[in-house]
Design a protein around this ligand. Structure first.
Ligand SMILES: CC(C)(COP(=O)(O)OP(=O)(O)OC[C@H]1O[C@@H](n2cnc3c(N)ncnc32)[C@H](O)[C@@H]1OP(=O)(O)O)[C@@H](O)C(=O)NCCC(=O)NCCS
Length: 186
């Protein structure tokens, strides 16, 4: 769907076919200042993007500005044997980490080029992607230091359900969950 905000024309496409080289290039521009960190380098960016794109049920929202990829929100459904919740701290609900088919869509990546931020592209990609899903809830992980995004997601009624370290050496991440559809008031 196309939209113009503050003179910037953007479009969002929902797809399961993505160009991983293009997305890796955009990711490197988004995280240019932090690429030396373990969070962005081990496992390699290429491996991470490929694992997500090859997961059963994978789907992405791709954001375009002037026909060029400006960002993405992408993820996949969690299978019953997922490692998504491994080593989660402070779990109060024993059912939280139990997965069944159709329960959870995990957002694995979300990024927009700095020059195209604040034009609602992130929110549009998120809502158009999740509108196309039939799962009961969405989950994503936010680095504990990423307080701006963490507060924005809380405003979108995501709940903090615990913390974990996704891969050895990474910073701790806050694990967030929200009921779907996004339009619901739960
Ligand atoms: C987070 C990000 C994708 C938002 O893109 P954007 O196009 O500027 O988003 P919008 O214009 O729709 O912004 C509306 C608000 O919702 C938040 N938001 C929008 N989409 C989001 C998404 N998919 N995930 C998390 N937060 C999001 C934004 O942070 C913003 O809050 P702010 O105004 O307090 O900064 C972008 O800032 C980015 O790429 N940041 C660096 C990477 C990152 O932190 N990714 C999030 C990992 S969970």
């Amino acid at each position: 769907m196309s939209l113009e905000v503050d003179g910037v024309k953007s479009a969002v496409e929902i797809t399961s076919h993505v160009d991983l080289e293009v997305l890796a290039d955009v990711y490197r521009r988004v995280h240019a200042a932090d690429l030396h960190m373990v969070d962005h380098s081990d496992p390699s960016l290429e491996d991470r993007l490929r694992w997500t794109a090859e997961a059963p049920g994978f789907e992405a929202a791709i954001g375009y500005v002037d026909g060029q990829v400006a960002g993405t929100v992408m993820g996949c459904p969690l299978p019953p044997d997922t490692l998504w919740w491994r080593d989660l701290t402070d779990v109060t609900d024993p059912e939280l980490a139990v997965e069944w088919e159709g329960r959870t869509f995990a957002v694995c990546e979300a990024f927009v080029l700095p020059e195209f931020r604040k034009h609602r592209l992130g929110v549009r990609m998120m809502s158009e992607l999740l509108d196309s899903r039939s799962e009961e809830r969405v989950s994503l992980a936010v680095t504990e230091t990423n307080t701006r995004v963490w507060h924005a997601l809380q405003r979108m009624r995501f709940q903090h359900v615990g913390d974990l370290v996704p891969f050895p050496g990474w910073r701790s991440h806050r694990m967030l969950v929200r009921a779907l559809p996004l339009r619901s008031s739960r």
